[in-house]
Ligand binder design. Sequence first.
Ligand code: HEC
Length: 103
Amino acid sequence: MRLQLISLSLLFATVGFGADVAAGKTAYDAACKKCHGADGTPNPAIVKMMKVEMKHLGSKDVQSKSDAVLKKETLEGVGKMKAMPAVEKDVANILAFVRTLKQ
Ligand code: HEC
């Protein structure tokens, strides 16, 4: 019984903390793509509309930020980007996907 409980919690730990790039892409496409493009390239219409300089998410400037900073900016917003608390449950997966955009 005890052993079963341990393996069950290990299973949940794996599911809970292993970031999933494919799931991250799905969540990114739904929540971020309209502004950051499919591959991290800023959408020119958004740049114009929001009158903002946007960096490619795969650029060195963005990729050199720590996981903690990128998660915080995603959830709490940064500069002219507003907070996106709705993606909280997907944020680890989104970050894993954003890491694949590195140029
Ligand atoms: C409504 C448009 C919009 C959406 C949707 C959006 N962003 Fe942004 N994002 C921006 C803008 C504009 C900036 C630049 C803000 C600034 O510098 O003033 C930005 C900046 C960022 C940055 C910081 C980049 C840097 O310059 O270091 C990160 C990281 C980021 N966004 C991640 C995300 C993620 C992940 C999502 C999806 C969960 C997302 N954003 C959704 C508009 C958006």
